[in-house]
Design a binder for this molecule. Structure first.
Ligand code: SF4
Ligand code: FES
Length: 246
């Protein structure tokens, strides 16, 4: 099978696409194909990975114009896994000659600066978490904080976030507004706001309601469709918006 892979040696923008013929076997993922290319055809191809098991979030990229984890994407199932997303430039602009029926297109995750080939700079994504101070400062001498199963249920889906950035790369608002904090950071702030063990929960809600936070979200829901862990950031953002207007 042919793989059309975006290249950028000096970063910033895609400079060209290289075409590779990959020997695809049943069970192979897109990450496996990238290894085959790097090991046997082109050692200069750069991409990021770590766990190979959909846990670390490092291998997020754009595959056939859908943000996905390369290690979780089965090549032979790609044709059957259509994901309908609200389009924006990175998702609609296709390279000349790409034939979606016979070639797999692999590009860097949109909305983040390209460092080299398929590697993007995740700094803007992580800066949003810093900006919202999405952590808890432990207080000295406090008793263990208990939580009932019902209380824990409130944060269940949000704690599963692996910080892969797929939601950030799928979001048309992130594409247009560099200052937008993005879906993952907002979902995480809702997670802290809903955590009954935390005393100053209100500060997380207020932080998420900053002008470059939930108010900028158009509830497009691409983030919900691409999230590999069913975190569904869009639902959290909707609740943040509702809490802010009540
Ligand atoms: S919310 Fe989902 S898509 Fe976004 S960073 Fe977390 S796991 Fe990835
Ligand atoms: S390599 Fe860790 S999520 Fe893909």
């Amino acid at each position: 099978m042919l793989f059309r892979v975006a290249r950028s040696r000096s970063g910033e923008k895609i400079s060209h696409y290289d075409l590779y013929k990959v020997d695809v076997k049943k069970g192979m993922t897109v990450l496996d194909a990238l290894f085959q290319i790097q090991n046997y055809m082109d050692p200069s191809l750069s991409f990021r990975y770590s766990c190979r098991g959909a846990v670390c979030g490092s291998c997020a990229m754009l595959i056939n114009k859908v943000p996905r984890l390369a290690c979780r994407t089965q090549i032979l199932e790609l044709a059957d896994t259509k994901v309908k997303l609200k389009p924006f430039l990175a998702l609609t602009e296709a390279p000349l000659g790409w034939n979606p029926e016979s070639e797999v297109l692999v590009e860097p995750l949109p909305n983040l600066p390209i460092l080299k080939d398929l590697i993007v700079d995740m700094a803007p994504f992580f800066d949003a978490l810093k900006q919202l101070e999405l952590w808890v400062v432990p207080k000295e001498g406090t008793e263990p904080r208990k939580q009932s199963p019902e209380e824990r249920k409130l944060i269940d889906r949000y704690v599963n976030c692996i910080l892969c950035g797929l939601c950030y790369g799928s979001c048309p608002v992130n594409a247009e507004h560099k200052e937008y904090l993005g879906p993952a950071a907002l979902a995480k702030s809702w997670r802290f706001y809903q955590d009954t063990r935390i005393e100053e929960r209100e500060r997380y809600l207020q932080a998420a309601l900053a002008p470059n936070g939930a108010p900028l979200c158009d509830l497009v829901m691409n983030c919900v469709r691409v999230c590999p862990k069913d975190v569904a950031p869009g639902g959290a953002i909707r609740r943040i918006k509702q809490s802010g207007s009540s």
